[in-house]
Write a new protein. Structure first.
Length: 93
């Protein structure tokens, strides 16, 4: 019989909390990366290009490209360098 190599109940995801993306409620786990939480919730458009108004989303996920720049709790911040906190407010700029 093959051994199951998956880790079970090894990692705690944190508390399930509500965050608000463009005033719509989204469930996420406190402390997880915001970019990952949005992507997991099927939110893939984070902004629109200034000239052609084309949808833009996640790209480098290390803070270099600025594609995930959002207004988070009233401040311009990168989603890939932010972590989920309860009741955070996220707006497309």
């Amino acid at each position: 019989m093959p051994q199951d190599l998956r880790e079970k109940n090894k990692y705690s995801r944190g508390k399930l909390v509500k965050i608000y993306f463009n005033n719509e409620e989204v469930l996420a786990y406190e402390g997880e990366n915001l970019a990952s939480a949005l992507y997991s919730s099927d939110i893939k458009i984070l902004r629109y290009s200034p000239k052609l108004k084309m949808p833009r989303g996640f790209f480098c996920l290390i803070g270099s490209c600025q594609e995930c720049l959002l207004l988070i709790n009233g401040r311009k911040t990168l989603a890939c360098l932010s972590y989920v906190t309860e009741n955070m407010s996220i707006q497309i700029i």
